[in-house]
Design a protein around this ligand. Structure first.
Ligand code: C2E
Ligand code: CA
Ligand code: CA
Length: 601
């Protein structure tokens, strides 16, 4: 039963909690109901209540007493006053006590007839609140057994309150104060609006690695590990510093005084200590800790999320050589933006029509014929506008969304190709595939999509960047060879900017190489670039690959390329990537005259 402050609105027997407006609901008080029932039974009162110094109130009304007495109005005010006084009091006939008698009212209208109060103390003698027993009718003076019962109940309520306070602040596994305590202490640390304090956070190990410890060794091992780490941190701490467990494998520290600063040498020492191998239940482990620092200002406490920010710094520090880092707002904002984009991209892939493919023609130099269309993903976000593939493709790779993106591209690209083939266009489709796609499932996914859309595999080409194609070359070569055997063209994209091992290149089951646009766009101006590209073309031909130049932006570059015996060209000078609806028109316009005249420039 939940109530707002001071209103015992229930007309049934039961129990309730009230708390100061604006605060979070307090946890139940361990054992309160049992204690209150004992007191109510022994004293025969229809209301037993406990008021704590933090403003929260608990009450119990046993059944069989008619309408329960409400803990509000004059009674609540008297209880609050008695709580502050902290002395025991029994008023066996309260009818003429001014605290319970409305102004000018007859004693017959007193709100209560019996009132007993017993202060509640913690073990250290601190006043925690008071326990009350109240009745409508007066009682005879209490005999010793009743007085003792009230005193015992108050002392048990004190134990419950202390236990609740402990549970409210303490992580049961490590015994360290936890996140609530961290925030409560941080607020008391920064009383004035202009106060600032340095916070420290430790990410003990990367989350995936810590979860792997738990999976392999069990939760009690993880608890023991956190104990051991906490002991190390405590060995480094100066007196007055406070340590908190703020999450799984995450610790935070408050300095003894808000203005205390930490010197770099002390932080280096801290990281070195945390990096030392740790022996946990006989299993040696080396952690990968990150220590984050944040200077927080008092006005940032409300809604400013200091713990998230200092943990962000700790997370960044984990991958740094130094192992500690001060919070960097720019980097944080970039990460938040990336996170936002990733969730938006996931939504765009699963339910929203924001993605589209554009198609860039690739033309055979000798005939001027369009031999392929490269499908390029476009994302128009409803509020951010056009997000370039150079931004969202790498994010999809990092966030594990690449397969979904590639499946989307396969499905939409092949559907479009099928439509063009039905319309009698003689084109091939070239699709970009990332390293995350290059495994045994790619062939199955591609074949299934081709079957679904009834397009021959020979109409398809996959573009892998040079670095993807060369990475883990043995396994990759097998996957690529399987695709090649199935009739799919394989292009090595962005060729010339990676560092291909010639031998690996010779063994690549590729059909063509696309020389990177950064090498092509300056061909007309730089003799050095021209010499490099010329030798690349010769090498690629020697190895049996067709050569495509991408990034042909001007007629002069096209002229330079013509003299290099390259096979195909692609670039803004020939055509920009086009929306699907414009492709047929472009192909018609560029289809007829004799070969040499067909290309612009
Ligand atoms: P890429 O595969 O090298 O694609 C060619 C990029 O060069 C495209 O940029 C294209 O618009 C641009 N381009 C074409 N002609 C010229 C030119 O003459 N000059 C210059 N400076 N640029 C030209 P876009 O569309 O922004 O794509 C960037 C990259 O994003 C692509 O580079 C590709 O790596 C990736 N990407 C795009 N779509 C997909 C996709 O569907 N899947 C995957 N895995 N990656 C994609
Ligand atoms: Ca490409
Ligand atoms: Ca490229």
């Amino acid at each position: 039963m939940k109530m707002t402050q001071g209103s015992l609105a229930s007309s049934r027997a039961g129990a309730g909690i009230a708390w100061p407006a604006g605060d979070a609901e307090p946890h139940a008080l361990p054992g309160f109901d049992a204690v209150a029932r004992l007191a109510a039974t022994t004293l025969g009162t229809p209301l037993v209540a406990l008021l704590l110094a933090d403003g929260s109130a608990f009450w119990y009304t046993p059944p069989g007493h008619g309408d329960p007495i409400r803990l509000d109005g004059m009674l609540l005010a008297a209880c609050r006053q008695a709580t502050r006084r902290g002395v025991a009091e029994v008023v066996h006939d309260a009818r003429d006590d001014a605290r319970f008698l409305p102004v000018d009212a007859d004693p017959a209208h007193a709100v209560i007839g019996f009132f007993a109060c017993e202060p509640v103390f913690a073990l250290n003698g601190q006043l925690l609140g008071a326990l009350f027993a109240v009745d409508r009718r007066p009682h005879p003076p209490l005999h010793a057994g009743e007085r003792n019962a009230l005193r015992d109940a108050a002392s048990l309520a004190g134990t419950g309150a202390a236990l609740r306070h402990y549970l409210d602040r303490t992580d049961p596994a490590t015994g360290l104060p936890h996140r609530n305590a961290f925030f409560a202490d941080l607020h008391t640390h920064l009383p004035g609006a202009d106060d600032t304090a340095w916070l420290l956070a430790v990410e003990v190990a990367p989350v995936a690695r810590f979860n792997a410890f738990v999976r392999a060794m069990g939760h009690s091992y993880a608890d023991a590990l956190m104990h051991a780490v906490a002991a190390r941190v405590q060995a480094w701490m100066t007196p007055g510093m406070q340590l908190y467990q703020v999450g799984t494998a995450r610790l935070a520290l408050l300095p003894a005084h808000p203005h205390d600063e930490l010197l770099p040498a002390r932080l280096d020492e801290f990281v070195a200590l945390l990096r030392e191998p740790i022996d946990c239940l006989g299993v040696p482990l080396t952690l990968q800790p990150g220590v984050g620092l944040l200077k927080v200002e008092a006005h940032e406490l409300r809604g400013g999320d200091p713990l998230r920010r200092v943990m962000n710094a700790a997370h960044v520090a984990q991958d740094s050589v130094r192992g500690w880092a001060v919070y960097d707002r720019t980097q944080d904002e970039r990460q938040r933006q990336d996170f936002f984009l990733v969730t938006e991209l996931a939504a765009a892939l699963s339910e929203r029509a924001e993605l589209e493919l554009h198609y860039q023609p690739r033309v055979q130099l000798a005939s001027g014929r369009c031999v392929a269309l490269e499908a390029l993903a476009r994302w128009r976000h409803p509020t951010l506008g056009a997000v370039p593939p150079g931004v969202f493709v790498p994010l999809a790779e990092q966030a594990g969304l690449m397969r979904s993106l590639t499946d989307w591209v396969l499905d939409h690209g092949l559907a479009q190709l099928a439509a063009w083939l039905r319309d009698g266009l003689d084109v091939q489709l070239s699709l970009n595939v990332s390293s995350a796609d290059l495994d045994a499932t790619l062939e199955t996914r591609l074949t299934a999509a081709a079957r679904r859309h009834a397009v021959p595999l020979a109409r398809l080409e996959l573009e892998f960047t040079e670095s993807t194609a060369m990475r883990h070359s043995d396994a990759n070569r097998c996957h690529l060879a399987a695709l090649r055997e199935a009739g799919v063209g394989i292009a090595i994209d962005d060729f010339g900017i990676g560092y291909s091992n010639l031998d690996a290149l010779r063994q690549m089951p590729a059909s063509c190489v696309k020389i990177d646009k950064s090498l092509v766009c300056g061909l007309d101006a730089s003799r050095h670039d021209a010499a490099v590209v010329r030798s690349m073309v010769a090498l690629a031909h020697e190895l049996g690959f067709r050569v495509v130049m991408e990034g042909v932006e001007t007629g002069r570059v096209l002229e330079a390329v013509r003299g290099m015996a390259c096979d195909e060209v692609q670039g803004f000078h020939i055509a920009h990537p086009l929306p699907a609806a414009d492709v047929a028109g472009w192909l018609r316009e560029h289809a007829s005259p004799p070969p040499a005249d067909r290309l612009p420039g």
